[in-house]
Write a protein of this length. Structure first.
Length: 188
């Protein structure tokens, strides 16, 4: 048996993830073995890729106000979408239910990772009321991944859709669901 000298550094412990605390960027990627090499000089974006910000952002502020009042999140905001002003100015938003914190660390996605808070039982009605207030005829509802929930949040999705249909019977709903970790028996 060999003795390990006490002068050797102990392995660093990974910080504990606290409920409700968002991890982004380096904190989020720390546990993923991906090496990102910084570029020396950032290349110029082509003209067709650049967005033009509107002179007035009153419609953007109106949409954000409704979302804050109802305590709702959008993919547009949480994933740092560059088209946010274009969509919000047109009165549209892709709603992201089940909180703002994802249980996965996908390196291609800018949604924060961490330990999410419990589901908001009032979110389905808040979502339906927001859609009515925005007078949306077509909505997209998606979510963070919630691997901490037994059904992955499938029942919460169903509740959000049901409430939206009750308050907005003429609104078309597109749903972008997570993979539920392949557990379709639980999700359905």
């Amino acid at each position: 048996m060999t003795d390990i000298p006490s002068s050797l550094p102990r392995s660093k412990r990974k910080p504990k993830i606290e409920a409700g605390v968002k991890q982004r960027g380096q904190e989020k990627m720390a546990r993923i073995p991906v090496k990102i090499l910084p570029t020396e000089k950032m290349p110029r974006k082509p003209d067709w890729l650049r967005i033009r910000l509107p002179a007035s952002n009153s419609s953007v502020q109106r949409i954000k106000g409704i979302l804050r009042k109802q305590k709702l999140a959008t993919v547009c905001e949480e994933a740092s979408c560059p088209n946010l002003h274009e969509c919000f100015s047109g009165g549209t938003a892709t709603f992201m239910i089940m909180g703002e914190i994802c249980t996965r660390r996908c390196p291609f996605c800018d949604v924060a990772h961490g330990r999410p808070l419990a589901l908001d039982e009032h979110e389905p009605i808040h979502l339906a009321e927001s859609i009515a207030e925005m007078q949306l005829k077509y909505v997209v509802i998606t979510s963070v991944d919630r691997d901490d929930l037994r059904d992955g949040g499938a029942q919460h999705f169903a509740d959000c859709i049901d409430e939206t249909r009750k308050l907005n019977p003429l609104t078309q709903i597109e749903v972008l669901v997570p993979d539920f970790r392949g557990r379709m028996d639980v999700a359905l």
